[in-house]
Design a protein around this ligand. Sequence first.
Ligand SMILES: N[C@@H](CCC(=O)N[C@@H](CS)C(=O)NCC(=O)O)C(=O)O
Length: 244
Amino acid sequence: MGLELYLDLLSQPCRAVFIFAKKNGIPFQLRTVQFLKGQNCSKEFLQINSLQKLPVLKDGDFILTESSAILIYLSCKYQVADHWYPSDLQTRSWIHEYLGWHADNIRNIFGVTLWIRVLAPLIGTQVPEEKVKRNRTYMDHALQQLESKFLGDKPFLVGQQVSLADLMLLEELIQPVALGYDVFVGRPQLAAWRGCMEASLGTELWQEAHGPIFNILEQMTKKTLPVPPPESQTNMLFHISKIP
Ligand SMILES: N[C@@H](CCC(=O)N[C@@H](CS)C(=O)NCC(=O)O)C(=O)O
């Protein structure tokens, strides 16, 4: 069996991995694991990742979780163009500097909109209003730091060409946009960066990767989304309780 990627395109880190593999022509078997159907809690998936999280890469007997580790593995194994994960020590270090900051300041903040607008209502609850307000404040604060410290007036995070750090960031920022909060409005630097990202990924791949998340509100309105099974709902309630 060749390379297998376990993904759900509603998830930001899954989309980053999907886009990276597609853009670089890396051949893989897509193993779709749908959160909304509780498939990440199935016995079969537990054998792949006992943490029940996506994305997961399986390359023969080798299993790897964590999107940034997966992107680095793919970059090195398939010798993709250098700009994705630059060999220059200092530029590579900037990628890791960004990824460290991203894990602390972006990752758990920008995905909250999906919980507010879709996941909590789907299981008959809601994210408390004070958490909703706080989340908006945290997003705005992180975006200011992102622009001033990491992006500046460069076309991409670590220079003139797209890197895996840009992809990680893009997918987190697309999440609130698809859920009704356009983080690019009123932020010209960030909007210019988004334009560079769209141009470098291409329209077809952009649409393929983002279709499911951009359709989710419509599906919510039409009540066509699956309701997560009880075994997933326990995890989901725990997740909601952990929203800052
Ligand atoms: N730091 C991890 C985050 C993985 C993660 O939180 N994945 C979410 C989807 S975005 C997940 O699988 N959630 C299912 C669960 O927690 O039960 C990465 O970047 O890969």
